[in-house]
Ligand binder design. Structure first.
Ligand SMILES: Nc1ncnc2c1ncn2[C@@H]1O[C@H](COP(=O)(O)OP(=O)(O)OP(=O)(O)O)[C@@H](O)[C@H]1O
Ligand SMILES: [Mg+2]
Length: 217
């Protein structure tokens, strides 16, 4: 589903990720774990083809970082649910509109959008907040809204970048439960975290990264 073959990406300051090999299988739940600055978000952005490797090749479903045309990138992203580290909800749109946005972009019908968005807001427990604005929500609520937005296109993989990073332990467990439920329905999940304790307790597969280098794990 996702493969990194000897991938290197270097920022102008010399930081980045180096000689990365990865295999993400369909339907599995993976943690990408490592300290702050290790390269987790860099890996996520490379999968989303937000940027391209200096060396090596990334394959996501049938797309290759070496061959993909710019015009095909939206097609690739339709298959990926991205939950970015900095929520980036639009402040001038209410929750319903924020979650609906990816469907508007791909030209869905109004009724389909309504049904899909409402069922996802129910799934993440925010149906009562559909018409509120991001600034009226707590951090945990904004995080759940981002998960709903990431799921709205029914992707076959979710990239969740520190979805529990700024939350209290009980809200964090609630978010974990939500991602695990989504995974049990067949969606692969790649979730980053710097919380080693969380990961030990849950027993999912994990990939560890330090200083841009994947550790054997
Ligand atoms: N746009 C950028 N320009 C230059 N350097 C960058 C850029 N983005 C990240 N870096 C550097 O690359 C390294 C990896 O960053 P990355 O964001 O992937 O870390 P991370 O593992 O996601 O960290 P965190 O847990 O804090 O989110 C860091 O040293 C960072 O300073
Ligand atoms: Mg990060």
């Amino acid at each position: 589903m996702i493969g990194f073959n000897n991938v290197t990406y270097t920022y102008p300051n010399g930081m980045g990720v180096f000689n990365v090999h990865l295999r993400i299988l369909p339907g599995e739940f993976y943690f990408l774990i490592g300290p702050s600055g290790a390269g987790k978000t860099t890996i996520i952005r490379l999968i989303y083809m937000d940027m391209f490797p200096d060396r090596g090749e990334i394959n996501v479903n049938r797309f290759s970082s070496k061959k993909i045309r710019k015009s095909k990138i939206p097609q690739l992203r339709r298959e990926i649910g991205m939950i970015p580290q900095n929520f980036n909800l639009l402040n001038d749109r209410n929750l319903f509109e924020n979650v609906a946005l990816p469907l508007h972009v791909i030209g869905c019908e109004k009724k389909e959008i309504r049904d899909r968005v409402m069922s996802l807001l129910i799934e993440v427990g925010l149906e009562d907040k559909a018409y509120e604005y991001p600034r009226e929500l707590s951090g945990g609520e904004q995080q759940r809204a981002c998960i709903a937005r990431g799921l709205v296109k029914d992707p076959d993989i979710i990239l969740a970048d520190e979805p529990t990073g700024n939350l209290d332990p009980s809200t964090a467990m609630q978010i974990m439960g939500l991602l695990e439920r989504i995974n049990r329905k067949g969606t692969a999940v790649l979730m980053t975290s710097h919380n080693y304790r969380l990961i030990k307790e849950l027993g999912h597969r994990f990939i560890e990264i330090k200083n841009g280098i994947i550790q054997t794990g």
